[in-house]
Write a protein that binds this ligand. Structure first.
Ligand code: TYD
Ligand code: MG
Length: 454
């Protein structure tokens, strides 16, 4: 019977017994079960700590290390391949995290279908849904998806034995939280279990060159035991985001040992599966309303420029303090923009409810969004639309605490993307107006002389 130990994930204190509260640091719910290594049979008698049999390794200069170009399996889903850095690397371990219902099973099922159609050996391990349920989804995704072989299994040892027998090129485990490792206490999905399951799968993945895609659920707060504790273990962490009720979804790499973490894929959930949105900018520009409170933000999603519509609504409030609702932008950035608007822009919105959202359910988490948020708020507060009537106004730039506009990265690419859709002029920190006050004046009172601000 293998021995286990409980280790605090905060301070590293260990104990043979589980405690709700770590005796070391006093944190609650941090004790995690860990398996002790098997004792070495006939290990040396104390003097050399059982290290006697190990041979010294020979260091090799990095320049002499052979690094063959990585072969990759293309999934046929362009946006997924791009986020992965060009496809799935054989033998790699990929974690796809996201809220329930976001489309993790849909995208992995579709990817396996395409791989199977391209002649790859694939396997879908379902711990959550019965084969019949998975079949129903596959029917919506088309004939490729129906070719995927499936096992419904929750015992990790059976899964590993199946992998050894089938030797697929790519295997999806949906989800890692439903698998169960014998010899460990704790329910499936608990931190200790998830770590053990992923560790065992990783060993087979590396040994047999099987690429394993682990699906993991994350709650809204990203809190659920699971994905977070696996981040250091896996080669690549992908995060699937978006709101379940909205159509757009983004897929981002949070970690990637084989590519950049700057790539973002945009998808739309349709009746027949996830569809890649390649021309996301043109979509969002077309849909932009041009009414008061609407500004197009030239955002960067990784290395890719993306035009999104920022909308704001300002309404008299009955509440103290009034409402501050941010969708798709950071709450703290909204608070900062509101404070700067009031101190340096002459817009005190202290008695108004304020709503800001990025259309389509997208998220933009970058300081470059400040100026667009500020302009949208000012336009909403005044009830005046911005832009020349035919085209929406486009902007980007960070706002400093003293009301000055600050440079942001990739200005040239943002401008080029805006120009592609005929959005000119664009209000930027490099323009002639260097402060928020000046930009607001030109945009709102400037009798159409916006070109002066740009
Ligand atoms: P799913 O992939 O099961 O989500 P997850 O595995 O992340 O929990 O599917 C998410 C939702 O997408 C589900 O509510 C049904 C919907 N959906 C479509 O709209 N069209 C489709 O073609 C499919 C397969 C699902
Ligand atoms: Mg699922």
């Amino acid at each position: 019977m293998p021995k286990t130990l409980f280790v605090c994930s905060q301070c590293g204190n260990d104990s043979p017994k589980w405690h709700g509260r770590c005796p070391g640091c006093g944190e609650w719910n941090t004790m995690v079960e860990e398996r002790l290594p098997e004792p070495v049979q006939g290990g040396g008698g104390g003097s050399s700590l059982g290290r006697r049999s190990a041979k010294a390794a020979k260091p090799v200069q990095l320049a002499q290390v052979e690094a063959p170009a990585l072969a990759r399996f293309e999934t046929g889903i362009g946006e997924l391949d791009r986020v992965l850095g060009g496809g799935i690397v054989p033998g790699s371990l990929v974690l796809i995290g996201g809220a329930p219902g976001i489309g993790k099973s849909t995208i992995t099922g579709g990817a396996l279908g395409n791989l199977a159609a391209a002649g790859r050996n694939v396997l879908y391990v379902s711990g959550e849904e019965s084969p019949a349920q998975v079949r129903l989804r596959a029917e919506r995704l088309g004939e490729h998806a129906l070719r995927v072989p499936i096992v419904a299994e929750t015992d990790v040892e059976t899964v590993i034995a199946t992998l050894e027998a089938e030797r697929p090129d790519v295997c999806v485990v949906d989800s890692v939280q439903t698998l169960y490792a014998g010899g460990m206490s704790g329910a499936p999905g608990s931190v200790g279990q998830v770590r053990e399951v992923a560790g065992r799968l990783m060993r087979v993945a590396k040994e047999r060159q099987i690429a394993v895609i682990l699906v993991g659920h994350v709650t809204k707060e990203g809190a659920l035991a699971g994905p977070r504790v696996l981040e250091h273990l896996v080669d690549c962490v992908l995060q699937f985001e978006g709101e379940r009720e909205r159509t757009y979804r983004t897929l981002r790499a949070l970690k990637n040992r084989f590519g950049s973490t700057n790539e973002v894929g945009v998808f739309e959930m349709r009746e027949r599966g996830l569809v890649e949105v390649e021309d996301a900018s043109s979509r969002f520009v077309e849909e932009a309303t041009r009414g008061p409170g609407s500004v197009v933000l030239c955002a960067m999603e990784g290395s890719r420029p993306l035009l999104v519509e920022v909308q704001a609504l300002v309404a008299p409030s009955e509440l103290v303090p009034p409402r501050r609702v941010a969708n798709g932008v950071d709450r703290n950035r909204l608070a900062l923009v509101l404070a700067v608007l009031s101190r340096h822009g002459g817009f005190g919105l202290g008695t108004s409810d304020v709503f800001v959202s990025v259309a389509g359910g997208l998220r933009v988490d970058e300081p470059g969004a400040d100026l667009a948020i500020a302009l949208a708020l000012a336009s909403a507060a005044r009830g005046e639309p911005l832009g020349d009537g035919a085209k929406p106004l486009a902007a980007f730039g960070e706002i400093g605490l003293t009301g000055e506009l600050r440079y942001v990265a990739h200005a040239d690419r943002r401008l080029a993307e805006a120009a592609k859709f005929g959005l000119q002029p664009v209000i930027t920190p490099d323009g002639s107006a260097r402060t928020l006050r000046r930009v607001l004046k030109l945009a709102l009172d400037g009798d159409g002389s916006l070109a002066d601000a740009a």
